[in-house]
Design a protein around this ligand. Structure first.
Ligand code: PLP
Length: 427
């Protein structure tokens, strides 16, 4: 049996209907933006392996730093103990996070970074003896798969089996062009009720919801309303962080400052599982108390794993190099030029772009999460050596920053081919 067949006998894959799924692609090696399969094929990782990979696969600098840390200290309990990588990484993160962020709480993925933020927000109000439990989120948001993160995410077919167990959340419209006033009005109305603990949002780009983009000015307005009513605001930068939107964080485009920031994915450049939730001193201080019940009772066995923190430090070194910043700008420019070239094609409803994130929305109904056409487009990408995972009728590109011009050309060519397939199916 080859690797894919052995896999099929014992493994249950995420977000995969195992009854109908094709055999998984067995990857044996990665280098730069490329992945190599057991059967000798080469793929461009145009989705950065679920938006995590920043500097390319098997990056020698990160590999070296990780190996060094593994040989020194692989893990230690993080309650009552600390270590160099966790402290240095936190110091360096706080240097680049939006002004006012002063504390880092580590976890191990994006969902847990969100869980921590939600728990901090709710317990913050409890600790101040003014309990508030309601959270506001965007209608099309995605914040993760754990129960708290699912609760603040859009209600969808994915979450339907669990609805009885998801806590109640107030949803407002995403303030896309034309919907800004409505979204602001909805938030104002909810804020006036006086019982809202926090507002959680994906700044500028809603990822899984369909790469939906909106302007920083309107987010500033929403955050100002929160500020006015004492509502905490949580920026979920799990996808947008570390250069994806063209600046280090999407919140760098804002005047207002978040109370908390959730980080993961690019936090280690896509090498190790790590999450982090930062907060400002106001939140942290609400937990400093003689009454021990006011403690944040949260933590994971692998909290602040030293090897993951070392990977994060190495990835940050690479991110802040001028060449990486140039690559980010270069990808953004190339995306913009490509977007302009295809926006008037017959099957293209909209092309959206923010920094290194590019999304093409085909006409509504052209395909859906569950349609055969989605699978056809996905297979077409693989057949053309490009990994592209359609989100319903939306195809997006979020490449590693080391992607070459030739590789980007191949990705764009494949997107054009997909447009032709959609055109063929709709005729
Ligand atoms: N928040 C956002 C904005 C995300 O895009 C995701 C994942 O796609 C998550 C949270 C959850 O992250 P993870 O898959 O690491 O749990």
């Amino acid at each position: 049996m080859n690797l894919a067949e052995r896999d099929q006998h014992i493994i249950w894959h995420p977000y995969t209907q195992m009854k109908t799924a094709a055999l998984p692609v067995p990857i044996v090696r990665g280098e730069g933006a490329l992945l190599f399969s057991e059967d000798g094929k080469t793929y461009i990782d145009a989705v950065a392996s679920w938006w995590v990979n920043l500097h390319g696969h098997a990056h020698p600098y990160i590999a070296e730093k990780v190996a060094e840390q593994l040989r020194t200290l692989e893990h230690v309990i993080f309650a009552g103990f600390t270590h160099e990588p966790a402290v240095t990484f936190a110091e360096r993160l706080l240097q680049i996070l939006p002004a006012g962020q002063s504390r880092i709480f580590y976890s191990d993925n994006g969902s847990t970074a969100v869980e921590v933020a939600i728990k901090m927000a709710i317990q913050y109000w409890n600790n101040l003896d003014t309990p508030k439990k309601k959270i506001i989120a965007f209608r099309d948001s995605y914040h993760g798969d754990t129960f708290g993160a699912m609760s603040v995410s859009a209600r969808s077919a994915f979450t339907a089996p669990f609805w009885p167990f998801l806590f109640e959340v107030e949803f407002i419209d995403v303030p896309t062009a034309g919907k800004e006033e409505e979204s602001i009005k909805q938030l104002e109305k909810l804020a006036a009720q006086g019982d809202i603990a926090a507002f959680i949002y994906e700044p500028l780009v809603l990822g899984t919801g369909g790469m939906i983009m909106y302007k920083p000015e309107v987010l500033d307005k929403l955050m100002a309303i929160c500020q006015q009513h004492g509502i905490l605001n949580i920026a979920d930068e799990v996808m947008t962080g570390f250069g994806r939107t063209g600046r280090t964080f999407a919140t760098d485009y804002l005047q207002q400052k978040p109370d908390m920031v959730c980080l993961s994915k690019g936090l280690t450049g896509g090498t190790m599982a790590l999450g982090a939730t930062s907060c400002n001193e106001k939140i942290y201080e609400a937990f400093l108390h003689d009454d021990r019940s006011k403690t944040l009772f949260h933590g994971h066995s692998y909290t602040a794993n030293p090897v993951a923190c070392a990977a994060g430090l190495a990835s940050l070194d690479l991110l802040l190099q001028p060449e990486t910043q140039e690559s980010i700008n270069h990808i953004a420019q190339r995306h913009a030029a490509f977007a302009a070239s295809i926006k008037d094609l017959p099957q293209v409803l909209e092309v959206r772009q923010q920094g290194t994130i590019l999304a093409i929305e085909f006409y509504d109904g052209a395909t859906s999460y569950f349609s055969d056409l989605r699978d056809t487009l996905y297979s077409f990408g693989l057949d053309n050596g490009v990994i592209l995972r359609p989100l319903g009728n939306i195809i997006y590109v979020i490449p590693p920053y080391c992607i070459t011009d030739a590789q980007l050309d191949q990705v764009y060519q494949t997107l054009k081919g997909m447009q032709e397939i959609v055109a063929g199916k709709r005729q």
